[in-house]
Write a protein that binds this ligand. Structure first.
Ligand code: SF4
Length: 73
């Protein structure tokens, strides 16, 4: 399976609790009025990645994003 990716954020901390690997997909026709990612709308932009390629990128950061690494004190 392949998909068009706009960008990756390796250590995202602003889109929810904790630290996560964020994948911004490319191509959106909804055009929501308050969209914060209008640069992802272009249906012809982005770079095509396979699911395996994306997983390979995510696994490089697993030590930072896995739940057992969090401190709840
Ligand atoms: S917020 Fe932006 S990217 Fe998300 S569905 Fe709406 S227009 Fe598309």
């Amino acid at each position: 399976m392949n998909g068009k990716i706009h960008s990756f954020e390796s250590l995202g901390a602003v889109d929810g609790p904790g630290i996560r690997f964020v994948i911004f997909m490319q191509g959106c026709a909804l055009k929501c009025e308050y969209c914060q990612n209008r640069d992802t709308w272009n249906l012809h932009g982005g770079i095509e990645y396979s699911a395996d390629e994306v997983l390979e990128k995510i696994l490089k950061y697993k030590n930072y994003i896995m739940p057992h690494r969090r401190c709840y004190h």
